[in-house]
Design a protein around this ligand. Structure first.
Ligand SMILES: Cc1ncc(COP(=O)(O)O)c(C=O)c1O
Length: 367
């Protein structure tokens, strides 16, 4: 049997062993409870309609999303998490002998899927500030390129490029090359908080543009699995949706996401977002004051040049990600949690610096 086995090495299955006893700061999840209105909608759906199959086209959620983003419902693809959609998209667009360009380091899923496709993968290193190198990406394009993936903000660095730079890049990309803009962390950016236009406004200008987003991060629904793809070209969206037809999101996720987009939920999410941005600034300031290098981040995580040599985070029952597993040796990637959790993280790092005498931080009382 010629079974195409997906290599799992880079996916860090070790993280899956973690239990609820650990403070989960390793997977960029939300530390907050779902807003009441979202929980109520999910419970009501489960109570009264849990026995029924979901709408296979997810048309109600697509309508809400389309209205919010100024698009047509048939430009939207729904999936059980954006990772699932990205996987189908890569499989659809990168049959050998085609080539694909991805940033490095970035979200490991791209590489893991591409490797199962026998497609040639070209890696473009990030800029030194942890942002995408769009100039280098353009230089890597050739006649064989079928897909470019941009992760903005980028995981695991958190670097974010403004929309104007993405637009200038798209002006230069040949129209037959598809560009996937992975925006899993878009709602965590200052630009989103300020109400600046999102990348969906570019779809009318670039027929080769696809944007993936998720309800897992800002909306705190990682456990329910729901993501979406926005396509400039409705025919492309339909082709991807057809590939995914058996992997449709479940009824509870669809309903929860619809409630998450309501104005009642928006109030809670804005508040959560403000806490994350405030904590992000505070933690970066503290770490920098201790002479630790930190990538500028517009996400709910921080990659800092600090390694947990003495397993102090483990001892404090805090789960974080070693940068080693994500192409950032010497760094740790730490999800921003609640203010209390963040204080614990800072305390562990501070203690480790004091004991190893690398630096002598004076305080963590910046709050
Ligand atoms: C950059 C990026 N894209 C996509 C995903 C996938 O998210 P999900 O499948 O939960 O929507 C993640 C998850 O961590 C991510 O960091």
């Amino acid at each position: 049997m010629r079974w195409n086995v997906m290599p799992e090495g880079s996916l860090d299955r070790g993280a899956l062993r973690l239990t609820g006893e650990f403070i989960r700061l390793h997977a960029n999840e939300s530390p907050f409870l779902l807003p009441d209105v979202v929980r109520a909608a999910v419970v009501e759906e489960l109570t009264w309609r849990g026995q029924y199959y979901p709408d296979p086209s997810g048309s109600s959620l697509k309508r809400v999303l389309a209205e919010r983003l100024g698009l047509a419902p048939d430009q939207i693809v729904l999936g059980s998490g954006s990772g699932d959609i990205i996987e189908h998209l890569i499989r659809g667009l990168t049959q050998a002998p085609y080539e694909m360009i991805i940033p490095e380091p970035s979200f490991p899923l791209y590489e893991a899927i591409a490797r199962t496709q026998s497609a040639v993968v070209r890696h473009v290193p990030l800029r030194s500030d942890g942002c995408l190198d769009l100039f280098g990406t353009l230089q890597a394009v050739n006649e064989g390129t079928s897909l470019i993936i941009l992760c903005n903000p980028n995981n695991p660095t958190g670097g974010y490029l403004p929309l104007s730079e993405i637009a200038a890049f798209l002006d230069e990309v040949p129209s037959e090359v598809a560009v996937l803009l992975d925006e899993a962390y878009w709602e965590m950016t200052d630009a989103y908080a300020k109400g600046q236009p999102g990348a969906e406004t570019l779809l009318a200008r670039y027929d080769n543009l696809l944007i993936s987003r998720t309800f897992s991060k800002y909306y705190g629904m990682a456990g329910m699995r729901l993501g979406y793809l926005l396509a400039a070209n409705a025919a492309v969206a339909q082709a991807v949706q057809r590939r995914m037809s058996r992997a449709m999101p479940n009824r509870l996720a669809l309903k929860g996401a619809e409630a998450a987009l309501s104005s009642a939920a928006e109030v809670a999410y804005r508040e959560y977002g403000a806490i994350i941005r405030r904590e992000r600034e505070l933690m970066v300031r503290e770490m920098t004051a201790w002479n630790l290098s930190v990538y500028p981040t517009q996400t709910n995580f921080i990659s800092v040049a600090w390694q947990d040599h003495s397993h102090a985070m483990d001892s404090a029952h805090i789960a974080i990600r070693s940068g080693q597993t994500m192409g950032l040796p010497g760094f740790s990637r730490i999800t921003i949690g609640t203010p209390e959790q963040n204080d614990q993280v800072l305390r562990v790092i501070k203690n480790s610096l004091v004991t190893t005498n690398l630096s002598a931080p004076s305080t963590i009382d910046a709050r």
